[in-house]
Design a protein around this ligand. Structure first.
Ligand code: HEC
Length: 203
């Protein structure tokens, strides 16, 4: 016959208590890690209470999708967006783009401007990047920008350092319109080889 003695009951209780404590501790860790990841996912950029975009930080560690150069010397001395444009997309949206070939709600693209520093180097004649000069952002958000065409809003922090700390979105006529008319889904993906290759993966 099966009989429990006092010692085995105490030992059993102790084991249960240890397991409970351990799983509580592990769940606690998992929960706080998940919360931290969610926070990072939710906010590649931040807004002020009155809806201005704070100057993005950390984007140089995002996915780098391409480089365009509209040098001043090929644009009557002053390109509309001088001169190098380094374009980045937030990592979550890039991962999603690789799967779907589309820009998810919440996608952020950054275009960082820098000057032509030199036109000659040991590798030959060309355009070599100088200093950082400006920063632009495009954000797709169906709630925050529900009235913008395609839900894309555009922000410019200036073309000269020091950049502005926070800015309101630009009028659709100033930015969105040209993107709507000349790009697919508002992003000039055709000029970014990394995005072209990623879109093919999604097919
Ligand atoms: C006359 C057309 C035109 C206007 C107006 C325009 N853009 Fe663009 N934009 C482009 C083109 C073309 C590219 C891609 C190549 C490049 O960088 O020049 C681009 C790229 C961008 C990108 C990189 C992501 C993407 O969509 O390809 C951002 C961010 C951006 N523009 C922001 C702005 C902002 C902010 C304004 C308004 C201040 C603006 N643009 C106005 C033509 C335009």
């Amino acid at each position: 016959m099966f009989r429990l003695n006092r010692t085995s009951v105490i030992a059993g209780t102790a084991v249960v208590t240890v397991i409970a404590a351990l799983s509580y501790a592990l769940t606690g860790v998992a929960v706080s890690r998940a919360a931290a990841e969610d926070k990072a996912k939710a906010a590649p950029v931040e807004f002020t209470a009155d809806g201005k975009l704070k100057r993005p930080v950390g984007y140089r560690k995002w996915a780098y999708v391409g480089e365009v150069v509209t040098p001043n010397d090929m644009n009557d001395g002053e390109a509309a967006f001088p001169e190098f444009h380094s374009v980045y997309i937030d990592p979550e949206s890039f991962a999603d783009y690789e799967k779907t070939g589309k820009y998810r709600d919440g996608a952020v693209l950054i275009k960082e401007l820098s000057s032509v520093g030199s036109k000659k180097a040991s590798s030959g004649n060309g355009y070599f990047q100088g200093e950082f000069t400006g920063l632009e952002a495009a954000i797709k958000d169906s709630k925050r920008f529900k009235d913008e065409p395609g839900n894309w809003a555009y922000f410019s922090f200036g073309h000269k350092y020091p950049l502005k700390a926070e800015v309101s979105k630009n009028a659709a006529a100033a930015c969105n319109q040209c993107h709507q008319d000349n790009a697919k889904d508002w992003v000039f993906s055709q000029y970014y080889p990394v995005l072209r290759a990623a879109a093919q993966k999604s097919m």
